[in-house]
Design a protein around this ligand. Structure first.
Ligand SMILES: [Zn+2]
Ligand SMILES: [Zn+2]
Length: 448
């Protein structure tokens, strides 16, 4: 069970590597990374010539996805969600607890982990609920869920409504050195809004969600993190104001980190009018904001103040989206488009290099969740993503491995994609559009 990856560019910011290397995988571990590893040193290994057009990076980790199981298996299951993850280059995902029942106790956590083990594709790290039923009243069984395998806590989708509960959550999770992830939205300001409050929503007659609904909650959470010493991770930052608050919080020593989604980096509320009007695949929460917000987020990607890109993968059944904009469910799928959007709109656009892309997609999520990964070094678990920076990709929602099709990027032509995904030394995805992946694909078939 040996695999020798030859001649690719290895980009591993955690080890300070950016150059041509050979990588030897033995069993579930990386056994050697070197400028050249001769075949004699890898007896019994399958040798795959990757070549310098491909980039080997630490396995990508999406720290914000919705896998929908238990309870909403018609939208997605742990098996289809992790199939989607590995096709998108992710070796691990952290899944939000808004299932039915809510993941607010150890038995649900264990069920999700059992389904993940059965699917045997990407690693799954459950995120437990902050409050029982995510109803914002009583703190959930945080210690039990941690014991069962949860890596963080969140009431995502339903913001932690009171400052008192958020304070207790930060104190309690802080005892275990674990983050609280908050979906920051003041419900009294957001009301029944469905789109960013501004010119475009007003012209289209859509009820607005003001930027302030996000900004006030981010401020509150950072004040509480500072006061308690707890770690708050701000989910899907969408406004310039929220990002400024995160930057200010970091500079005064609060334990705050944040993530941004690929769609908030690439789209703005102008899209609600063209090319399609009222396209429900543009309805998400937080909503697509204005272009000045989007530009502020891009600046945060460039200057390092944004820690993570996370997809907020939110699969829905077609019935939940083929309705009027007002009535449609919030959210879009993201696992299978994130890498291509990142390459096309960030790397090839000259905003960041591949090293920073790896920090955003791998190093920092691993650090924040305190899970293995984020590095390619001898002795590490062999969770590896092989990227194809110049691969022409046409997004085809119909071909997604996710059960869901709700993406605004269908038909988009992008430059850059995934060649292969290796989890624990096993090739779990090989892209047939990449010639060098053929050697890996054969290996995948042999072992499954
Ligand atoms: Zn959310
Ligand atoms: Zn979410």
């Amino acid at each position: 069970m040996k695999l020798l990856l030859k001649g690719a560019r290895v980009v591993d910011p955690a080890s300070g590597i950016d150059g041509i290397r050979d990588v030897l995988v033995d069993g579930d571990r990386i056994s050697r990374v070197d400028t050249s590893i001769p075949a004699e040193a890898a007896v019994g290994a399958a040798i795959v010539e990757l070549g310098s057009s491909l980039v080997v990076v630490p396995g990508l980790i999406d720290m914000h996805v919705h896998l929908r199981e238990p309870g909403y298996e018609h939208k997605e299951t742990v098996a289809t969600g992790t199939a989607s993850a590995v096709a998108g280059g992710f070796t691990a995902v952290a899944c939000m607890p808004n299932t039915n029942p809510v993941n607010d106790n150890a038995s649900v956590t264990r069920f999700i982990l059992k389904q993940a083990a059965a699917a045997n594709l990407a690693r799954v790290y459950p995120i437990g609920a902050v409050s029982n039923g995510s109803n914002g009243e009583h703190l959930a069984e945080i210690a039990d869920m941690r014991e069962a395998g949860c890596v963080a806590f969140s009431d995502d989708g339903r913001p932690v409504a009171t400052a008192a509960l958020m304070r207790r959550a930060l104190e309690y999770a802080g005892m275990f050195n674990m983050p609280i992830i908050d979906h920051c939205e003041d419900r009294s300001l957001a009301g029944e809004g469905v789109a960013h409050e501004g010119f475009h929503a007003a012209q289209l007659g859509l009820r607005g969600i003001p930027a302030a609904a996000e900004d006030v909650m981010v401020d509150r959470d950072i004040v509480l993190a500072h006061a308690t010493g707890g770690h708050v991770h701000i989910a899907h930052v969408s406004t310039a104001g929220a990002l400024r608050a995160v930057q200010a919080g970091k500079s005064r020593g609060a334990r705050v980190t944040c993530e941004v989604t690929p769609h908030h980096l690439t789209l703005s509320d102008e899209r609600l009018r063209a090319p399609l009007i009222y396209d429900t695949n543009l309805k998400m929460n937080p909503p697509l904001r204005g272009t000045t917000d989007r530009d502020a987020l891009l600046a945060g990607i460039r200057d390092g103040s944004i820690d993570v890109i996370a997809t907020d993968h939110a699969p829905h059944h077609a019935d939940d989206k083929r309705v009027e904009f007002d009535r449609a469910s919030f959210g879009i799928v993201g696992l299978e488009t994130a890498v291509s959007l990142g390459f096309d709109r960030l790397v090839h656009a000259g905003i960041i290099g591949i090293g920073r892309l790896v920090e955003l997609f791998s190093v920092n999520p691993a650090r924040i969740l305190k899970v293995p990964g984020g590095r390619i070094a001898s002795g590490d678990m062999a969770d590896i993503t092989i990227l194809a920076p110049d691969l022409p990709v046409t997004v085809a929602a119909a071909a997604f491995r996710s059960k869901a099709r709700n993406t605004p990027f269908d038909g988009w032509s992008l430059r850059g994609g995934v060649a292969a995904t290796i989890v624990g030394g096993r090739v779990v995805f090989a892209n047939t559009a990449v010639p060098q992946a053929a050697g890996l694909e054969r290996r995948e078939r042999r072992e499954t």
